[in-house]
Design a protein around this ligand. Sequence first.
Ligand code: ADP
Ligand code: ADP
Length: 225
Amino acid sequence: GDIVSLEGVSKTFSNGTVALKDLSLGIRAGEFLSLLGPSGCGKSTALRIISGLTGPTSGRLRWPQETASQPEHELSFVFQEPTLMPWATVFGNVWLPLRLKGISKSAARDTVMEALEMVGLASFAQSYPRELSGGMKMRVSIARALVTKPKVLLMDEPFAALDEITRFKLNNDLLALWQRFGWTVIFVTHSVFESVYLSNRIVVMAARPGRIVNDIAIDAPYPRT
Ligand code: ADP
Ligand code: ADP
């Protein structure tokens, strides 16, 4: 079934811009879904509504599997900018989401190191963000998103600011992680390449107002588990 769905969602900003109009979309567990479309078609707005960062003007967001015993839909958001705290080490940055849940540094150590291991940066735990390249900073921000073991990973053009080669490497890393851990990923991009390469479902959006014009299932030519 759907892990999260948007039902007839519209979003009009206070300046009158209609960003989304009657958008319905169900995301299934384990899916790597790309939201693809030109700038301004409402991709980020849709993602922000899914995350709860902003609400719809009408329509609704549903987490159908949410239960009383598991009230929180566990999700993490990766933004285009890595937004690391410059005064904290790589370890400190990745620890942050656990720290906010009241988990001490020593209790968090193994989990943080495991997340850094996943993105290949365990040996940089004591480095500071300024010592890292752009690609490495983005990997730290992915580790920070993964450290809480979210069910759903929301990514808003995470690699857009990086050069093409770094971007390709990170695409491969992300794909390998997804194949290994099988989260649900919702990936916003305006890159046709990225959407075809990474996802098993592409939802194509058009602008003015933002709406879905195509919903494509992809049979990947390489093994997926
Ligand atoms: P995308 O992510 O596809 O580039 P966005 O969701 O960011 O598109 O934006 C969709 C539309 O809503 C655009 O026309 C954009 O200018 C407008 N928009 C986004 N955020 C705001 C805001 N806070 N206030 C007014 N208009 C906004
Ligand atoms: P960018 O992707 O921004 O070009 P890379 O991730 O390719 O950054 O790495 C840039 C530099 O940092 C490279 O010289 C690489 O050797 C070094 N580097 C990156 N990740 C690691 C790592 N896990 N261990 C050691 N060195 C690394």
